[in-house]
Design a protein around this ligand. Structure first.
Ligand SMILES: *Cc1c(COP(=O)(O)O)cnc(C)c1O
Length: 440
């Protein structure tokens, strides 16, 4: 199997396409470790909003490439997959696939979309968490045609259900290391019994699984948004994974040890980006000696700072407590603040130089959770100004909903000098189509 990291040697590789003129993985890797909202050009953003309307998602494909390439470069010799669920847009998937990124999928729809975007099914990994029949059937039938597919199981029921379907292909067992980490309790999967088999049971289950499957790996994914001191817990979990992997390797070889994703990006202005080289050193030390190749599955890290939301101010209201700024984006557009209490930087793209004053920014929905910021200094917003909400590339559009009968926004991809619509704005007819179809 070709490793995406091999492309890092592109300029010494005689087979590499030196004449194509396209930037290589290596060139993208030499990129800044963080992109803050102020690093985007506001004039350009305002023009996009004027042309395509608001709320509007923007995703910069070059930044997506940079983030993947930088991550892969920091882990040479490792197999770095992109976890599709952070942003499953076709434009993002195909940009990464073209760079050589294999795709980690956690649902049948992600597999289907990754393959449709050009992924080699033999390079895809499917991680089954309480997999519905439809998901497992899809993965098993895919593996009949493409035996390189790897299925990751986190329950013996999943193993039984795979066997019942005649599956005897590539299998990884998901470890629950009993240690979770990340930016919010709702994403600390490592200590949640829902995910994976308790580490102490894995060696026995793995040994037995070797009779029925091609056991190629062990896997874990322990949290999300790991930044700063979270790395200590992350490394404790990695230590447990390493220990478990060595026990499993004592009954036979493993092709890989997959420690999942979870690497965070700075959302707040005072947060520092991860030092990936330091992360690598610490992860390697925590993992210890294992024979299998290290696998990682960053999702958020690849796309978070490559995306933002543009939204128009429709209301400003001074109250004794605060100035309320009403915008056309809502928790249906970007749910992270409501769901995870997430901080997202906000700037006035129409007037970035106006004096800042503390404002509360909220959408049109009838719930007090529909708020993007409270008492946040923003260059004084006026009606019809366009605000930019940063770091919306990960779990942004993916979690968008039609709550309040709001059609989902359009998405624009920036690619080199180009800007193109990659998802058109939904219409109300899109929202009601399923009802009309049902009554046909
Ligand atoms: C969600 C997920 C990831 C990616 O997580 P991030 O926090 O976005 O890096 C990786 N692996 C698996 C199995 C996942 O479910």
């Amino acid at each position: 199997m070709s490793s995406p990291t091999s492309d890092l040697d592109a300029d010494t590789d005689p087979d590499s396409d030196v004449d194509s003129g396209a930037p290589t993985l290596k060139e993208y890797a030499d990129s800044p470790p963080v992109r803050r909202l102020d690093d985007w050009g506001y004039t350009h953003l305002e023009a996009l909003a004027a042309e395509h309307g608001t709320p509007l998602y923007v995703i910069d494909l070059d930044r997506v490439r940079e983030n993947y390439a930088r991550f892969a470069a920091a882990f040479p010799n490792a197999h770095v997959m992109y976890a599709a669920k952070a942003h499953t847009g076709r434009a993002v998937l195909s940009a990464l696939i073209d760079l050589g990124a294999p795709i980690e999928c956690a649902a049948w729809g992600e597999l289907d979309r990754a393959i449709d975007a050009g992924a080699d099914p033999n390079e895809c990994q499917y991680t089954a968490v309480n997999p519905p029949d439809r998901d497992i059937d899809y993965a098993v039938s895919l593996a009949e045609d493409y035996p390189g597919v790897t299925i990751t199981a986190g329950a013996t029921d999943t193993l039984d259900r795979l066997s019942e379907r005649g599956y005897d292909g590539r299998l990884a067992i998901r470890i629950n290391p009993g240690i979770g980490t990340g930016h919010h309790e709702k994403v600390a999967t490592g200590a949640d019994a829902k995910f994976g088999l308790p580490a102490e049971r894995v060696p026995a289950v793995a040994e037995e699984a070797r009779d029925s499957f091609d056991l190629v790996g062990v896997h874990a994914h322990v949290g999300s948004g790991v930044l700063g001191d979270d790395i200590d817990d992350h490394c404790r979990a990695v230590g447990r994974i390493g220990e478990t992997a060595r026990q499993v390797e004592s009954s036979g070889s493993l092709e890989f040890v997959d420690i999942g994703g979870g690497y965070g990006v700075p959302y707040r202005p005072d947060e520092e980006p991860l030092d990936l080289v330091e992360v690598r050193e610490r992860v390697r030390a925590a993992l210890g000696d294992v024979d299998g190749q290290l696998r990682l599955e960053p999702g958020r890290y690849v796309v978070a700072d490559a995306g933002l939301v543009l939204t128009e101010v429709n209301t400003t209201k001074r109250t004794p407590e605060t100035t309320v700024v009403g915008v056309d984006a809502s928790l249906g557009t970007l749910v992270r603040p409501a769901m995870f209490d997430s901080y997202h930087a906000i700037r006035n793209a129409s007037a970035p130089d106006r004096a800042r004053e503390p404002v509360s920014v909220g959408g049109p929905m009838c719930t007090s959770a529909d708020v993007f910021a409270t008492d946040r200094p923003v260059s004084r917003p006026e009606r019809e100004d366009v605000l930019a909400i940063g770091n919306a590339g990960a779990y942004g559009y993916e979690l968008a909903s039609q709550f309040h009968s709001q059609p989902r926004p359009a998405e624009i991809a920036l690619d080199g000098g180009d800007a193109r619509v990659v998802r058109r704005r939904e219409t109300l007819a899109d929202v009601t189509r399923v009802e009309r179809d049902a009554n046909r």
